[in-house]
Design a protein around this ligand. Structure first.
Ligand code: SF4
Ligand code: SF4
Length: 387
């Protein structure tokens, strides 16, 4: 379904009771000590959290507010992290509604949104002109990886082009686990950012093209390391676009039993390292994958998992999602720095996650406050400990 049901959307938006709990509620029992990462890291105006965004959305849709880029700004300074949805007691999902609002108001000019979509349509990724370079990391793994096969590792744009070490680590771990896998020759973008920023018609065309390439590779199972790719390929491709998808799994879901059973052989360690876990919003709140990565970390010799004050459903966002990293990189970095401070408070030496997009932004946040904490992907941790 690419069309938004306007009656349903307006009914949903009207559900907001304007209670303001989604701004800064403190629920110690559940670990909430803040809700909206944008509100926490901006001057605190009403439109910097969901209650105000909803009123702006309604006014723009009803025509009481002129449809200008400036008036629509608060619709885009949101990571769609779902933290407000997790705590809202009204009968609707505010973050999902905002995603639909972006779609129905996508005629309002927005250069960042349009540039991102144009790059993905023209180049198959949002980062570089020459998409084929995203497979360069394959030359560094030390073994051949075919481009066809029943198990496909869908690398994702950020691992392929910005953090190839994650892709290399994943390949090494999959090989050690005895998995025969393929990586596409000219892998396309999954289109996650187009969906989140309201370019849903374009995203559907992209999805059909991407699935065609995936199926031509012979894939019966798709493995991903990016939480955004996971939500998009697993949920949006099938439920939103009605595409018949092979099974899609995050590598942490796929490998959990191999690691916890000891089937994947890991080196012993004579020292203990404290490690904290950042739940990517698309992996945790969106798809409920909370325990698999924690079980993996606990099974790595010498790793002691220390939780941040906000974790699982209450985890604060890294700041990158919903297009915010492109729309306002300074704000995205401030939110990431906040999350780094949360991790530092645990005494951890390492902050691990399972999404290159989170990792990329958290690394920028750590650098901005000169933090010594190491930000790594969980696959890097495993690769470092392979026997
Ligand atoms: S979105 Fe939910 S939590 Fe936020 S003000 Fe509205 S009803 Fe309250
Ligand atoms: S989705 Fe996240 S960033 Fe957006 S309003 Fe809700 S809590 Fe704030």
């Amino acid at each position: 379904m690419t069309e938004v049901d306007m009656d349903e959307l307006m009914e949903n938006l009207a559900q907001c009771r304007r209670c303001g709990i989604c701004r800064d509620a403190v629920y110690e029992k559940m670990g909430f000590d803040g809700v909206c990462p944008v509100w926490k890291n901006t001057a605190g105006f009403e439109t910097s959290f969901m209650r105000g965004r909803i009123q702006v959305a309604i006014a723009l849709i009803e025509g009481r507010l002129e449809k200008t880029e400036e008036n629509a700004e608060s619709l885009y300074t949101c990571t769609l992290c779902g933290s407000c949805t997790a705590i809202c007691a009204a009968e609707f999902d505010p973050a999902k509604c905002l995603e639909s609002v972006r779609q129905v108001l996508n005629e309002i000019p927005n250069e960042v949104r349009d540039t991102l979509a144009k790059k993905i349509i023209e180049n198959n990724n949002p980062y570089v002109d020459e998409n084929k370079t995203r497979r360069n990391w394959v030359k560094e793994v030390g073994f051949d990886i075919p481009s066809t096969g029943e198990v496909l590792y869908f690398t994702g744009c950020t691992a392929g082009l910005k953090l190839p070490e994650t892709a290399i680590s994943t390949a090494k771990v999959l090989k050690a686990a005895g998995v025969d896998f393929a990586v596409l020759e000219d892998e396309p973008c999954c289109g996650s950012v187009m969906i989140r920023t309201g370019m849903v018609v374009e995203a559907k065309e992209n999805a059909e093209k991407a699935l065609d390439m995936i199926l031509k590779s012979g894939a019966k199972k798709i493995l991903v390391t990016c939480a955004g790719c996971l939500k998009t390929l697993r949920e949006d491709f099938s439920e939103r676009f009605g595409l018949d998808m092979p099974e899609v799994l995050h590598v942490v879901e796929y490998l959990q039993s191999q690691v916890t059973s000891g089937k994947l052989k890991l080196k012993k360690s004579d020292k203990t390292q404290k490690i904290s876990w950042h739940d990517p919003c698309h992996l945790g709140r969106a798809l409920g994958v909370y325990e698999e990565p924690r079980e993996i970390i606990k099974a790595i010799p010498g790793m002691e998992l220390v939780e941040m004050n906000t974790n699982r459903e209450a985890a604060m966002c890294c700041g990158a999602g919903g297009g915010l990293r492109s729309y306002d990189s300074g704000l995205a970095k401030k939110i990431a720095a906040d999350r780094i401070r949360d991790a530092e408070d645990t005494g951890a030496e390492i902050l691990a996650t399972a999404c290159p997009f989170c990792e990329h932004n958290l690394k920028d946040g750590a650098a901005s406050i000169e933090s010594n904490i190491k930000v790594l992907d969980i696959l890097d941790l495993l690769a470092q400990r392979l026997e």
